[in-house]
Design a protein around this ligand. Structure first.
Ligand SMILES: Cc1ncc(COP(=O)(O)O)c(C=O)c1O
Length: 424
């Protein structure tokens, strides 16, 4: 926004996709409370979404985690059933499984930070009911191998596409391989309405059950909708500029907005302890469908930009002291979208992030330190056993994710690259 002259900070995760038109749209919606809960845009978004994926059914929710709840209920996943998922995942994915009193079984990761098919096969038991595949940071998992295992073991396949709207594997969109898939429109995802999600499937029976699940849900409250509408406005017009002037002040301001509940947190403290509040089970309200739709129209532009910035990091960091797990040459038939560009290091990542902050580069996106993120998640409450996924644990300790979103210009990417290249 030109009228605000301040040293622009670089963020990975604070309202990364928001452009001027998104802020203006949120401002307009704030003044139209009649449009907040119900309206035609919910259905329009669902129609366009399933058309994009080439699926028969999609249903919106107020988040990816609730869309996953709908899928688990549709699959009749129940007490003590095992759901296998990769370590190095988000606690909100795990909580949806725990909420059904099912058992999350953590599987280690491969070179691309996705589920390792070999470890997956080892961990399947007679109690296993479903495999959840993540496509981490928009890089597709090894689907051929995974589909073989799913068929052989007669399990449900769920695709967690929170990071991978637009990713393709062998010419097909991720999210179209499994019995069902879900997407997130969270604040730092591929497209964003601050909170929001979608469940999608081609399976008629599952679709009917997802529909039934949704019918039982209410709309979120007016205040909750207000909290989300004000988010892109406050982050862009007040919080980021303050971070640009003084990082500490910016952090205090953001903390104050969270404390006073003017802004909602992406993950509640309760959720970090494995508790999922029933009050959170809600539909996607119309106002957030409008925000999400506006972003959805820009999906191709966003993802093209992400790929370009990722390519730039790859070229510029090739000879650095950092290991680039997704610099894999031209892998055939894979089209990743790089929601982030991960780099790995044997150096202390905390120190690197502190140094970066001094240059107004804020790289802490919460995807670090623990095999279930964010880092202050209680692993025992996630039923994660220490050392059960060693590679995921090691990766979590050595990763820093670089931003690729639409607000990262080449100049800013260069600033990041210059910073990383001088680290010895
Ligand atoms: C891998 C993964 N799965 C699931 C989710 C849950 O999505 P949401 O935040 O929309 O509930 C997230 C994000 O929080 C995620 O990163």
């Amino acid at each position: 926004m030109k009228f605000l002259q301040y040293p622009k900070p670089i963020f990975t995760a604070l309202s990364p996709n928001t452009e001027k038109d998104d802020v203006l749209l949120a401002l307009k919606l704030i003044s139209q409370p009649k449009k907040w809960k119900q309206g035609k845009e919910i259905q329009e978004l669902e129609e366009e979404f399933k058309k994009y994926l080439g699926l028969n059914f999609s249903s919106s929710f107020n988040s990816g985690r609730v869309a996953l709840m709908a899928i688990l209920e549709a699959m009749e996943i129940k007490k003590k059933d095992e759901v296998l998922l990769q370590a190095f995942t988000c606690n909100s994915a795990v909580n949806s499984i725990l909420e059904r009193e099912a058992k999350p079984i953590f599987v280690d990761i491969d070179d691309t930070l996705n589920i390792d098919p070999k470890d997956l096969e080892r961990k399947i038991t007679p109690r296993s009911r479903a495999i959840m595949v993540q496509h981490t940071f928009g890089w597709p998992a090894q689907m051929e191998e995974i589909l073989r295992i799913v068929q052989k073991r007669q399990l449900f396949l769920i695709e967690d596409c929170a990071h991978s709207l637009g990713t393709k594997y062998k010419g097909k969109f991720c999210g179209t391989f499994g019995a069902a898939s879900f997407f997130s429109f969270g604040r730092d995802k591929i497209i964003s309405s601050v909170f929001g999600g979608m469940a999608a499937t081609n399976n008629q029976k599952l679709a009917e059950k997802i529909k039934t699940f949704r019918k039982k849900l209410d709309h979120p409250s007016d205040f909750w909708i207000f909290q989300q509408l004000i988010h892109p406005i406050l982050t862009n017009l007040l919080i980021m500029p303050t971070y640009g002037l003084n990082g500490t002040l910016g952090r205090i301001l953001l903390g104050a907005f969270h404390q006073t509940k003017i802004l909602s947190k992406a993950v509640s403290n309760q959720e970090k302890k494995g508790k999922f509040s029933k009050h959170f089970f809600r539909t996607l309200p119309n106002a957030l469908a409008i925000l999400a739709f506006n972003q959805f129209k820009k999906l191709e532009k966003f993802n093209k930009h992400r790929k370009r910035i990722a390519q730039f990091y790859q070229e510029q960091l090739e000879n650095s002291n950092f290991f680039l797990p997704l610099a894999r040459g031209n892998e055939e038939n894979i089209e990743p979208i790089f929601m982030r560009y991960p780099v790995l290091t044997h150096l202390e990542t905390d120190k690197i992030l502190t140094e970066a902050r001094k240059r107004k580069i804020f790289l802490n996106d919460g995807w670090r330190k623990k095999p279930v993120v964010p880092p202050d998640t209680k692993l025992n409450k996630m039923e994660y056993r220490s050392k059960s996924c060693r590679r995921a644990e090691k990766t979590a300790h050595s990763i820093i994710n670089l931003p690729t979103h639409i607000n990262i210009s080449k100049k800013e990417a260069q600033k990041i690259v210059d910073f990383f290249n001088q680290i010895k």
